[in-house]
Design a binder for this molecule. Structure first.
Ligand SMILES: O=C(O)CCC(=O)C(=O)O
Length: 345
Protein backbone atom coordinates (compact mmCIF):
# COMPACT_ATOMS: atom_id res chain seq x y z
CA UNK A 1 0.00 0.00 0.00
CA UNK A 2 1.03 3.60 -0.41
CA UNK A 3 1.80 4.82 3.11
CA UNK A 4 0.17 8.19 3.67
CA UNK A 5 1.64 10.61 6.20
CA UNK A 6 -1.39 10.01 8.45
CA UNK A 7 -0.82 6.25 8.49
CA UNK A 8 2.91 6.68 9.11
CA UNK A 9 2.08 9.00 12.01
CA UNK A 10 -0.22 6.39 13.57
CA UNK A 11 2.45 3.72 13.24
CA UNK A 12 5.05 6.05 14.76
CA UNK A 13 2.97 6.28 17.94
CA UNK A 14 4.32 2.79 18.69
CA UNK A 15 7.37 2.64 16.39
CA UNK A 16 8.75 6.20 16.84
CA UNK A 17 11.28 6.28 14.01
CA UNK A 18 9.44 4.07 11.53
CA UNK A 19 10.50 4.64 7.92
CA UNK A 20 8.83 2.42 5.29
CA UNK A 21 11.05 -0.25 3.73
CA UNK A 22 10.72 -0.80 -0.02
CA UNK A 23 11.65 -4.26 -1.30
CA UNK A 24 13.66 -4.11 -4.54
CA UNK A 25 13.01 -6.20 -7.64
CA UNK A 26 16.36 -7.87 -7.00
CA UNK A 27 15.26 -8.89 -3.48
CA UNK A 28 11.94 -10.17 -4.81
CA UNK A 29 13.76 -12.34 -7.36
CA UNK A 30 16.28 -13.62 -4.79
CA UNK A 31 13.46 -14.67 -2.46
CA UNK A 32 11.99 -16.80 -5.23
CA UNK A 33 15.31 -18.11 -6.55
CA UNK A 34 16.63 -19.12 -3.14
CA UNK A 35 13.51 -19.68 -1.05
CA UNK A 36 14.71 -17.12 1.49
CA UNK A 37 15.75 -13.49 1.71
CA UNK A 38 17.92 -11.94 4.43
CA UNK A 39 17.16 -8.23 4.89
CA UNK A 40 20.07 -6.74 6.80
CA UNK A 41 19.43 -4.18 9.54
CA UNK A 42 15.67 -4.17 8.93
CA UNK A 43 14.78 -3.66 12.59
CA UNK A 44 16.48 -0.73 14.37
CA UNK A 45 18.94 -1.60 17.15
CA UNK A 46 17.01 0.15 19.90
CA UNK A 47 13.97 -1.97 19.01
CA UNK A 48 16.04 -5.14 19.17
CA UNK A 49 17.34 -3.98 22.55
CA UNK A 50 13.75 -4.23 23.89
CA UNK A 51 13.85 -7.97 23.17
CA UNK A 52 17.32 -8.29 24.69
CA UNK A 53 16.15 -6.58 27.89
CA UNK A 54 12.90 -8.56 27.94
CA UNK A 55 14.61 -11.96 27.63
CA UNK A 56 17.29 -10.95 30.16
CA UNK A 57 14.52 -9.95 32.57
CA UNK A 58 12.69 -13.24 32.01
CA UNK A 59 15.78 -15.32 32.76
CA UNK A 60 16.61 -13.18 35.82
CA UNK A 61 13.05 -13.59 37.15
CA UNK A 62 12.25 -9.85 36.89
CA UNK A 63 9.49 -10.61 34.34
CA UNK A 64 7.53 -13.77 33.66
CA UNK A 65 5.50 -15.34 30.88
CA UNK A 66 1.82 -15.79 31.82
CA UNK A 67 0.99 -19.49 32.30
CA UNK A 68 4.55 -20.67 31.64
CA UNK A 69 6.63 -22.01 34.57
CA UNK A 70 9.44 -19.58 35.48
CA UNK A 71 13.04 -20.61 36.24
CA UNK A 72 13.61 -21.30 39.92
CA UNK A 73 15.77 -18.76 41.82
CA UNK A 74 18.15 -21.62 42.75
CA UNK A 75 19.36 -22.16 39.19
CA UNK A 76 22.94 -21.34 38.27
CA UNK A 77 23.48 -18.64 35.59
CA UNK A 78 24.17 -21.40 33.01
CA UNK A 79 21.05 -23.34 34.02
CA UNK A 80 19.05 -20.14 33.52
CA UNK A 81 20.44 -19.64 30.02
CA UNK A 82 19.37 -23.19 29.22
CA UNK A 83 15.95 -23.05 30.87
CA UNK A 84 13.83 -22.14 27.83
CA UNK A 85 14.49 -23.29 24.29
CA UNK A 86 11.50 -21.61 22.65
CA UNK A 87 8.08 -20.34 23.73
CA UNK A 88 5.14 -20.10 21.31
CA UNK A 89 2.33 -17.60 20.71
CA UNK A 90 3.30 -15.01 23.31
CA UNK A 91 1.76 -12.27 21.12
CA UNK A 92 -1.57 -13.37 22.58
CA UNK A 93 -0.50 -12.61 26.14
CA UNK A 94 2.25 -9.96 25.99
CA UNK A 95 2.02 -6.56 24.24
CA UNK A 96 5.74 -6.58 23.40
CA UNK A 97 5.37 -9.74 21.33
CA UNK A 98 2.36 -8.34 19.48
CA UNK A 99 4.48 -5.24 18.79
CA UNK A 100 7.22 -7.32 17.17
CA UNK A 101 4.82 -9.57 15.30
CA UNK A 102 3.26 -6.49 13.67
CA UNK A 103 6.47 -4.49 13.24
CA UNK A 104 5.72 -2.38 10.15
CA UNK A 105 9.24 -2.85 8.70
CA UNK A 106 8.71 -6.64 8.76
CA UNK A 107 5.22 -6.24 7.28
CA UNK A 108 6.59 -3.91 4.55
CA UNK A 109 8.70 -6.82 3.30
CA UNK A 110 5.92 -9.41 3.60
CA UNK A 111 3.55 -7.11 1.73
CA UNK A 112 5.91 -7.26 -1.25
CA UNK A 113 6.80 -10.96 -1.01
CA UNK A 114 3.43 -12.59 -0.25
CA UNK A 115 0.92 -9.70 -0.09
CA UNK A 116 -0.46 -7.25 -0.63
CA UNK A 117 -2.81 -8.52 2.11
CA UNK A 118 -0.98 -9.99 5.08
CA UNK A 119 -2.36 -12.08 7.97
CA UNK A 120 -0.18 -12.55 11.07
CA UNK A 121 -0.55 -16.10 12.40
CA UNK A 122 2.08 -17.23 14.82
CA UNK A 123 5.07 -16.20 16.96
CA UNK A 124 7.96 -17.98 18.64
CA UNK A 125 10.66 -16.67 20.93
CA UNK A 126 13.88 -18.68 20.78
CA UNK A 127 16.38 -18.53 23.64
CA UNK A 128 18.68 -21.32 22.41
CA UNK A 129 21.28 -20.98 25.14
CA UNK A 130 24.70 -22.63 25.09
CA UNK A 131 24.40 -26.39 24.59
CA UNK A 132 20.78 -26.28 23.40
CA UNK A 133 19.76 -28.27 20.31
CA UNK A 134 18.87 -27.13 16.81
CA UNK A 135 16.00 -28.28 14.60
CA UNK A 136 16.49 -30.75 11.75
CA UNK A 137 15.25 -30.42 8.16
CA UNK A 138 11.62 -29.37 8.00
CA UNK A 139 9.09 -27.42 5.91
CA UNK A 140 7.04 -24.89 7.84
CA UNK A 141 3.93 -25.23 5.66
CA UNK A 142 3.62 -28.81 6.94
CA UNK A 143 2.98 -27.44 10.44
CA UNK A 144 0.98 -24.32 9.44
CA UNK A 145 -1.21 -25.02 6.41
CA UNK A 146 -2.69 -22.11 4.44
CA UNK A 147 -5.03 -22.57 1.45
CA UNK A 148 -3.86 -21.48 -1.08
CA UNK A 149 -0.41 -22.01 0.37
CA UNK A 150 1.23 -18.63 0.96
CA UNK A 151 3.07 -19.18 4.25
CA UNK A 152 6.20 -17.16 4.99
CA UNK A 153 8.41 -17.04 8.09
CA UNK A 154 10.18 -13.90 9.34
CA UNK A 155 13.11 -14.67 11.65
CA UNK A 156 14.57 -11.70 13.55
CA UNK A 157 18.05 -12.12 15.02
CA UNK A 158 18.19 -10.80 18.59
CA UNK A 159 21.79 -12.00 19.14
CA UNK A 160 24.37 -12.56 16.46
CA UNK A 161 23.62 -15.97 14.92
CA UNK A 162 26.49 -17.87 13.32
CA UNK A 163 27.68 -21.37 12.68
CA UNK A 164 28.88 -21.82 16.28
CA UNK A 165 25.67 -20.89 18.07
CA UNK A 166 23.24 -22.41 15.55
CA UNK A 167 22.19 -20.07 12.73
CA UNK A 168 19.69 -21.07 10.02
CA UNK A 169 20.63 -23.14 6.93
CA UNK A 170 18.51 -23.25 3.76
CA UNK A 171 18.48 -25.87 1.00
CA UNK A 172 18.29 -23.69 -2.09
CA UNK A 173 15.99 -25.11 -4.77
CA UNK A 174 13.84 -27.03 -2.29
CA UNK A 175 11.31 -24.17 -2.16
CA UNK A 176 9.82 -25.78 -5.28
CA UNK A 177 9.25 -29.11 -3.54
CA UNK A 178 5.77 -30.16 -2.44
CA UNK A 179 5.01 -30.48 1.26
CA UNK A 180 5.82 -34.04 2.30
CA UNK A 181 3.27 -35.75 4.52
CA UNK A 182 4.79 -37.11 7.71
CA UNK A 183 3.01 -40.25 8.86
CA UNK A 184 4.60 -40.07 12.29
CA UNK A 185 4.05 -36.34 12.59
CA UNK A 186 1.64 -34.11 14.42
CA UNK A 187 -0.69 -33.43 11.48
CA UNK A 188 -2.20 -35.06 8.40
CA UNK A 189 -0.97 -32.21 6.20
CA UNK A 190 1.03 -32.50 3.01
CA UNK A 191 0.54 -32.49 -0.75
CA UNK A 192 -1.11 -35.91 -0.82
CA UNK A 193 -2.98 -35.05 -4.03
CA UNK A 194 0.23 -35.79 -5.97
CA UNK A 195 0.00 -39.33 -7.31
CA UNK A 196 3.55 -40.42 -6.56
CA UNK A 197 4.43 -38.44 -3.43
CA UNK A 198 6.25 -40.54 -0.88
CA UNK A 199 5.50 -39.72 2.74
CA UNK A 200 8.48 -39.15 5.00
CA UNK A 201 9.02 -39.66 8.73
CA UNK A 202 10.69 -37.65 11.48
CA UNK A 203 10.76 -34.17 9.96
CA UNK A 204 12.57 -31.76 12.32
CA UNK A 205 14.64 -34.58 13.84
CA UNK A 206 18.24 -33.37 14.08
CA UNK A 207 19.50 -36.88 13.31
CA UNK A 208 19.85 -36.90 9.51
CA UNK A 209 19.73 -40.71 9.45
CA UNK A 210 16.24 -40.64 11.02
CA UNK A 211 14.89 -37.48 9.37
CA UNK A 212 13.61 -38.69 5.98
CA UNK A 213 13.61 -35.19 4.48
CA UNK A 214 17.36 -35.86 4.20
CA UNK A 215 16.65 -37.79 1.02
CA UNK A 216 14.79 -34.78 -0.41
CA UNK A 217 17.66 -32.48 0.60
CA UNK A 218 20.07 -34.83 -1.20
CA UNK A 219 18.57 -33.73 -4.51
CA UNK A 220 20.11 -30.30 -3.86
CA UNK A 221 23.55 -31.48 -2.73
CA UNK A 222 26.00 -28.58 -2.48
CA UNK A 223 23.21 -26.00 -2.46
CA UNK A 224 22.67 -25.63 1.28
CA UNK A 225 23.41 -22.06 2.38
CA UNK A 226 24.34 -20.94 5.87
CA UNK A 227 22.68 -17.65 6.80
CA UNK A 228 24.52 -15.86 9.55
CA UNK A 229 22.72 -12.85 10.95
CA UNK A 230 23.40 -9.83 13.15
CA UNK A 231 20.90 -8.35 15.59
CA UNK A 232 18.22 -6.53 13.59
CA UNK A 233 18.60 -8.67 10.45
CA UNK A 234 15.41 -10.46 9.40
CA UNK A 235 15.45 -13.65 7.36
CA UNK A 236 12.25 -14.29 5.38
CA UNK A 237 11.65 -17.83 4.19
CA UNK A 238 9.02 -19.54 2.09
CA UNK A 239 6.79 -22.22 3.58
CA UNK A 240 8.15 -25.05 1.42
CA UNK A 241 11.90 -24.46 1.64
CA UNK A 242 13.81 -27.13 3.55
CA UNK A 243 15.72 -25.53 6.38
CA UNK A 244 17.37 -26.47 9.63
CA UNK A 245 19.58 -25.17 12.43
CA UNK A 246 22.31 -26.93 14.37
CA UNK A 247 22.82 -26.87 18.13
CA UNK A 248 24.41 -24.01 20.01
CA UNK A 249 27.97 -25.26 20.50
CA UNK A 250 29.32 -22.15 22.24
CA UNK A 251 30.22 -22.02 25.92
CA UNK A 252 28.47 -18.79 26.75
CA UNK A 253 26.65 -17.19 23.77
CA UNK A 254 22.87 -17.47 23.47
CA UNK A 255 21.21 -17.37 20.06
CA UNK A 256 17.97 -15.54 20.71
CA UNK A 257 15.53 -14.94 17.84
CA UNK A 258 11.95 -13.72 17.42
CA UNK A 259 10.05 -15.57 14.69
CA UNK A 260 6.69 -14.77 13.13
CA UNK A 261 4.70 -16.69 10.54
CA UNK A 262 2.38 -14.97 8.09
CA UNK A 263 0.31 -15.70 5.01
CA UNK A 264 -1.61 -13.81 2.37
CA UNK A 265 -4.82 -12.69 4.09
CA UNK A 266 -6.86 -14.17 1.21
CA UNK A 267 -5.73 -17.68 2.14
CA UNK A 268 -7.96 -19.76 4.38
CA UNK A 269 -6.14 -20.95 7.51
CA UNK A 270 -7.26 -24.26 9.08
CA UNK A 271 -4.80 -23.77 11.97
CA UNK A 272 -4.69 -22.18 15.42
CA UNK A 273 -1.67 -23.65 17.20
CA UNK A 274 -3.60 -26.64 18.41
CA UNK A 275 -6.33 -24.65 20.16
CA UNK A 276 -9.90 -25.53 19.24
CA UNK A 277 -11.74 -23.13 16.96
CA UNK A 278 -15.26 -22.90 15.63
CA UNK A 279 -15.81 -24.06 12.07
CA UNK A 280 -13.46 -25.18 9.37
CA UNK A 281 -11.04 -22.25 9.38
CA UNK A 282 -9.46 -20.05 12.02
CA UNK A 283 -8.83 -16.84 10.08
CA UNK A 284 -10.95 -14.96 12.62
CA UNK A 285 -8.28 -15.72 15.26
CA UNK A 286 -5.39 -14.23 13.29
CA UNK A 287 -4.55 -10.55 12.91
CA UNK A 288 -4.84 -8.54 9.69
CA UNK A 289 -1.43 -6.88 9.52
CA UNK A 290 -1.67 -5.15 6.13
CA UNK A 291 -4.19 -4.58 3.34
CA UNK A 292 -7.65 -6.04 3.36
CA UNK A 293 -9.50 -9.32 2.85
CA UNK A 294 -12.90 -10.83 2.16
CA UNK A 295 -12.19 -13.34 4.97
CA UNK A 296 -12.59 -12.77 8.72
CA UNK A 297 -9.69 -11.53 10.86
CA UNK A 298 -8.91 -10.67 14.47
CA UNK A 299 -8.05 -7.37 16.12
CA UNK A 300 -4.69 -7.16 17.88
CA UNK A 301 -5.42 -7.81 21.58
CA UNK A 302 -3.16 -4.96 22.76
CA UNK A 303 -4.15 -2.41 20.13
CA UNK A 304 -0.87 -2.40 18.18
CA UNK A 305 -1.49 -0.30 15.04
CA UNK A 306 -1.98 -2.36 11.88
CA UNK A 307 -4.54 -2.81 9.09
CA UNK A 308 -7.06 -4.43 11.44
CA UNK A 309 -7.48 -1.20 13.40
CA UNK A 310 -6.43 1.52 10.89
CA UNK A 311 -9.18 1.75 8.23
CA UNK A 312 -6.92 3.75 5.86
CA UNK A 313 -4.59 0.73 5.67
CA UNK A 314 -7.45 -1.38 4.34
CA UNK A 315 -8.31 1.03 1.53
CA UNK A 316 -7.37 -0.05 -1.97
CA UNK A 317 -6.95 2.70 -4.60
CA UNK A 318 -9.65 2.34 -7.23
CA UNK A 319 -10.19 4.17 -10.46
CA UNK A 320 -13.65 5.30 -11.47
CA UNK A 321 -13.05 3.86 -14.94
CA UNK A 322 -12.70 0.28 -16.12
CA UNK A 323 -9.11 -0.73 -16.95
CA UNK A 324 -7.92 -2.96 -19.78
CA UNK A 325 -4.64 -4.02 -21.31
CA UNK A 326 -4.66 -1.92 -24.46
CA UNK A 327 -2.13 -1.02 -27.09
CA UNK A 328 -0.66 2.47 -26.90
CA UNK A 329 -0.58 2.57 -30.69
CA UNK A 330 3.08 1.51 -30.98
CA UNK A 331 2.31 -2.13 -30.25
CA UNK A 332 3.01 -1.92 -26.51
CA UNK A 333 0.22 -3.19 -24.23
CA UNK A 334 -0.47 -0.97 -21.26
CA UNK A 335 -2.98 -1.09 -18.43
CA UNK A 336 -5.15 1.77 -19.53
CA UNK A 337 -8.33 3.37 -18.24
CA UNK A 338 -11.18 3.38 -20.73
CA UNK A 339 -11.75 6.89 -21.93
CA UNK A 340 -15.32 6.69 -23.15
CA UNK A 341 -18.53 5.38 -21.74
CA UNK A 342 -18.93 3.39 -24.98
CA UNK A 343 -15.75 1.43 -24.21
CA UNK A 344 -16.94 0.26 -20.77
CA UNK A 345 -17.33 -3.42 -21.52
O1 LIG B 1 15.62 -20.84 14.92
C1 LIG B 1 15.79 -22.03 14.71
O2 LIG B 1 16.73 -22.64 15.20
C2 LIG B 1 14.83 -22.79 13.85
C3 LIG B 1 13.71 -21.93 13.35
C4 LIG B 1 12.91 -22.57 12.30
O3 LIG B 1 13.31 -23.50 11.68
C5 LIG B 1 11.58 -22.06 11.98
O4 LIG B 1 11.17 -21.03 12.55
O5 LIG B 1 10.91 -22.66 11.14
Amino acid sequence: MVMTDTVIEQLRAVYPDYAPYRVSVDEYIRFREQGFLAVRGLIPQHDVQMLVDHTDNILAGRESFPNVPAPSPDLTPMERLQYYLRVHMLHRVLPLHERFMLHPRTIDVLEALIGPDVLALQTMLFFKGPGQPGQGYHQDAYYIPTLPDTLCGAWLAVDRADEDNGCLWFTVGSQHEPIYPDWDGQTKNGDTVLGDIEPIANASNVDVTKNELTRVAARYAGREIKVEADPGDVVFFAGHVLHRSHGNHTAARSRRAFVGHYCNARSAVPWNHGDPYEGEFANHLHILARGTTHLPYAQPRFGTPCAANIPAMRARPVTDKPMSMMSDGSGIMLLTAHADEADHH
